[in-house]
Design a protein around this ligand. Structure first.
Ligand SMILES: Nc1ncnc2c1ncn2[C@@H]1O[C@H](COP(=O)(O)OP(=O)(O)OP(=O)(O)O)[C@@H](O)[C@H]1O
Ligand SMILES: [Mg+2]
Length: 312
């Protein structure tokens, strides 16, 4: 059944004294999709996810997963769900195969040596089989956490910042893995600060801030609704201010050393470049760019992106 909701969250709140970590959030997650929950630090993502995982009790509101009220009976769905917590710490004294075997037991799954090897290969940890988890690098520990989340062959996977700390290759490998899992029917709820990753992977996105929904939709929807359209970047623009450009009726802003001009609807890049030439505007080089989820995010939430991550 397409678009069948497997998670339904209604009027969810989690307050810690005066702190409204989650403040009246309602959304649903469709089966077989990658659903990303985005937002700046402290937005309430982990709190929301951990309530869905039965780890924190809501102050009020409801969460149904597979039609079950998780605040009442999480135990009955636990075996269908895989979890990677944001602050995952492995059992220090176990080697990866032993940890996988142990988790297999929790999910009543007999793990053969072949199953274990395959899982370790999937996350790129096969060459680290022989050492205890304590001695793994930060990124390797994360990979072990991802492997453990997959042990139960879950229908629903919660991954709270799975790529934080992974190197570029490992991150791309994980994207491939998540797409494969989604294509096989697994539903994935992801949190990430990497907006390129969210744009590439997500079918559906919830942007939140201060415990509340800020926007919701597919990456394409959000970009279409909240970005000004295509832009032109003038590199090494000759003047300090963008006043001259604005006087020409162009929507211009400084972005580091460049100047970004948003190309309005019904206007071509060529039109804008002609206007710049005839206005005697000097610059060294020019590139064009399509708007991204990052642009939508910044226009909705504010802040800046440093090394691909949001800083508010
Ligand atoms: N146990 C707690 N007691 C008090 N305040 C808490 C508790 N857990 C979370 N908070 C507060 O709730 C807010 C949301 O925290 P949460 O961890 O859900 O944010 P987040 O969106 O996951 O952030 P990050 O991107 O940094 O992981 C923060 O202001 C945090 O300080
Ligand atoms: Mg978090």
């Amino acid at each position: 059944m397409p678009n069948e909701s497997i998670i339904t969250v209604a009027n969810l709140k989690k307050h810690y004294g005066d702190i409204k970590a989650v403040d009246d959030l309602s959304f649903d997650v469709a089966r077989g999709q990658i659903f990303s929950c985005l937002g700046p630090n402290g937005a309430g993502k982990t709190t929301t996810v951990e309530m869905m995982e039965g780890l924190r009790t809501p102050t009020s509101g409801s969460i149904e997963i597979f039609g079950v009220d998780v605040t009442q009976d999480y135990a009955s769905i636990r075996h269908r769900v895989g979890v990677l917590p944001q602050d995952f710490i492995p059992f220090e004294r176990l080697k990866a195969p032993e940890a996988i075997e142990y988790f297999g037991g929790l999910y009543s799954r007999e793990m053969s040596t072949r199953d274990i090897d395959r899982l370790l290969e999937t996350v790129g940890l096969e060459h680290r089989k022989g050492i205890i988890a304590k001695k793994l690098s930060g990124g390797e520990k994360k990979k072990l956490g991802i492997a453990l989340a997959l042990v139960g062959q879950p229908e629903l996977l919660f991954l709270d910042e799975p790529t934080t700390g992974l190197d570029a290759q490992a991150r791309r490998n994980l994207w491939g893995l998540l797409e494969d899992l989604r294509n096989e029917g697994t539903t994935i709820l992801l949190t990430t600060h990497y907006l390129d990753e969210a744009e590439k992977l997500s079918d559906d996105v919830l942007i939140m801030d201060e415990g509340k929904e800020v926007a919701r939709g597919s990456p394409e929807d959000l970009i279409g609704r909240h970005c000004g359209g295509r832009s032109i970047l003038l590199h090494e623009y000759g003047e300090d201010s963008t006043e001259k450009l604005e006087a020409m009726g162009l929507a211009a802003e400084r972005v580091r050393n460049d100047v970004k001009i948003t190309v309005g609807e019904g206007v071509s890049v060529r039109d804008v470049l002609r206007r710049l030439d005839s206005g005697g505007i000097r610059y060294k080089d020019v590139t064009t760019a399509e708007p991204t989820l990052e642009d939508a995010f910044i226009s909705l939430v504010g802040g800046t992106i440093v090394s691909g991550e949001l800083r508010k």
